[in-house]
Design a protein around this ligand. Structure first.
Ligand code: XUL
Length: 573
């Protein structure tokens, strides 16, 4: 029997990664047989990126689009030359792109380039085919467009109900709005198509413009998450600003209808077959955003929650509907498994991937590690072990200190342009008093406890977690901090849930894409549950911390106290 392989490609901020998934033996169990990555700054220094991006001032953060195309080509070359990967065995491909980034293709690309690739590298073929660089998720230059968009549709809550999110600077809709505002109608017309980073990947494999998928499309402030069409009011907000621009033209630039994220878009084009040796039958499954792709790998059953403790902190999980009244924080992305065309799918009940993104996560942990432990993570862990190991110093069943460390303006809670550190220490009467400093060990402990309380209280706020049901959940943790055992124990105790880790989670977006390639191409039927046919075949999650007796110390009273203090801080800022 020939072995079928599934290729997932993750076009991230600093690097592009590939993971190859294969089924092992008769069990159908899945294993990752190869991982490879190409770092943009190192591999393609001619683009002069730092951390994969170009910061241009005034909040503008972009990437020269061709960098990504050259990096993809390099990745495929190296998979062949370094890993001897036999592409002819790849049955299906899918991709993951950093969410919110957008690509502006020049008029004529479809007719002149896609059909005319032979004898060229992808990098040379597409060299000058973009009307502007690609703005990415780190861009924060569209505050005015966000305000205008919210104003046009009647406010924050109506926009959230319509598109799943209030307006955010990094989202693609406000970015396209800026493109329209800053250009004249001739320049706008010189762009024939707007892709997301994810649909760019699919486009290069298809050799034709690929549609945007529902999950990544819902990170744009443009897709109506109720009827899955481009939202007329949002499109009008953009096209009304410029004479001669038409809604229908923008719909065409977006590629008309968005599609389910598990849809087979077609097969790989001739160029890719000849160049790399793919089989002409190799299928392309819709590509999607990095967070939805990570979810495809980390979430293994209904009700699972994933917490990513990377540079920023994110918490996400599936939710069947938006909470009412609709919370203004966080995002309701459409889940990759949601497919209304597949009416009987058991995964349709997980309509939304509900996500909260906290900017000051690992960034502040690293800062306090520098301040208190000379940047040494083992001293940080020892300090945490020491302070968490001893009983609390008070009889009020409250943390000895609660603190808010906003080194940078925070997304959740939204602090606008403000930042700062705010520490509160419990006094002998059970009141929290503002203090400038805490002793080192307590500062480290209160940072960790408070960051986890922030995740918990805001997750409850958007309906991701029920205040009363902490026992039904599992937390799957990813990101660098997951190696710190005391940190993991505190996480388990604060949430009152057991904490798990997925093997190879540093490649979760690429593996998630490979999983979706397999599901979309081979397993999807009317009634197949993704969790049964794909997730349970992956290497099992490993438990790394169990909620202990100390979970009682983080009950409702503590969450309420945290919220009260957060309100005080927000008023002060
Ligand atoms: C999510 C977000 C980031 C990017 C990173 O909304 O902006 O997590 O997806 O690539």
């Amino acid at each position: 029997m020939t072995q079928s392989l599934y290729l997932g490609i993750d076009l991230g901020t600093q690097s592009i990664k590939a993971s190859v998934l294969s089924s092992v033996g008769d069990s159908g169990n899945l294993s990752v047989i190869c991982n490879h990555s190409v770092d943009y700054d190192k591999a393609l220094p001619q683009y002069k990126t730092k951390g994969g991006v170009q910061e241009k001032g005034d909040g503008v953060v972009t990437v020269p689009t061709n960098l990504w195309i050259e990096a993809l080509e390099r990745l495929l070359d190296e998979l062949k030359s370094v890993h001897k990967l036999d592409f002819s065995k790849v049955a299906a491909i899918s991709g993951s792109g950093q969410q919110h980034g957008s690509v502006y293709w020049k008029k004529g690309t479809k007719d002149n380039c896609f059909s005319n690739l032979s004898g060229k590298t992808l990098g040379t073929a597409f060299k000058d085919q973009f009307v502007q660089d690609s703005p990415i998720w780190m861009d924060s230059s569209t505050t005015k467009e966000c305000q205008d968009l919210e104003h046009f549709v009647g406010g924050k809550a109506p926009l959230k109900r319509l598109t799943g999110s209030t307006a955010h600077e990094r989202f693609t809709g406000p970015q396209i709005f800026k493109f329209y505002k800053h250009n004249d109608i001739n320049q706008i017309s010189s762009c024939e198509r707007i892709s997301l980073v994810s649909s760019l990947i699919a486009t290069l494999f298809l050799g034709d413009y690929a549609p945007i998928d529902f999950a990544d499309g819902s990170g744009m402030n443009l897709l109506d998450v109720n009827n899955l069409k481009w939202s007329q009011p949002c499109l009008s907000a953009i096209t009304n600003t410029i004479e001669g621009a038409h809604q229908q033209d923008l719909v065409e630039k977006l590629g008309n209808d968005a599609v389910p994220s598990t849809k087979v878009l077609g097969v790989v084009n001739d160029y890719v077959c000849k160049q790399f040796g793919f089989s002409p039958q190799c299928k392309i499954v819709a590509c999607s955003g990095d967070n939805p792709n990570s979810a495809d790998f980390t979430l293994r059953q209904h009700g699972d929650l994933c917490i990513s403790l990377g540079t920023s902190h994110t918490i996400f999980g599936y939710q069947s509907e938006m909470s009412q009244p609709v919370p203004l924080e966080g995002h309701y992305f459409l889940g990759t498994l949601y497919d209304p065309e597949n009416q009987n799918s058991p995964n349709n009940k997980d309509k939304y991937l509900s996500l909260l993104c906290f900017k000051n996560g690992g960034l502040v942990r690293a800062e306090l590690c520098r301040q208190h432990c000379d940047g040494d993570w083992s001293s940080f862990e020892k300090s945490l072990e020491k302070s968490y190991g001893r009983p609390r110093r008070n009889q009020f069943n409250l943390p000895d200190a609660i603190a808010f460390y906003y080194q940078f303006p925070e997304i959740v809670p939204h602090t606008a342009q403000h930042h700062g550190y705010f520490r509160f220490k419990l006094d002998s009467h059970g009141h929290y008093l503002a203090v400038d400093q805490l002793d080192s060990d307590l500062d480290v402990l209160s940072l960790v406890e408070s960051q986890f309380l922030a995740l918990k209280s805001h997750a409850i706020g958007v309906g991701l977690l029920d205040e009363s049901d902490d026992e039904r959940r599992r937390i799957i943790v990813t990101g660098g901090a997951s190696g710190n055992q005391t940190l993991m124990q505190i996480l388990a105790d604060v949430f009152g849930c057991d904490v798990y880790i997925a093997p190879q989670n540093h490649n979760s977006a690429a593996i998630g894409a490979a999983c979706r390639a397999l599901y979309g191409a081979d397993k999807k039927t009317d009634t197949s549950d993704y969790f049964d046919v794909v997730s349970c075949k992956l290497p099992s999650l490993e438990i790394i911390a169990k909620a202990g007796d100390r979970s009682k110390l983080y009950g409702r009273n503590v969450v309420n106290k945290y919220r009260e203090l957060e309100q005080i801080v927000l008023k002060q800022m």
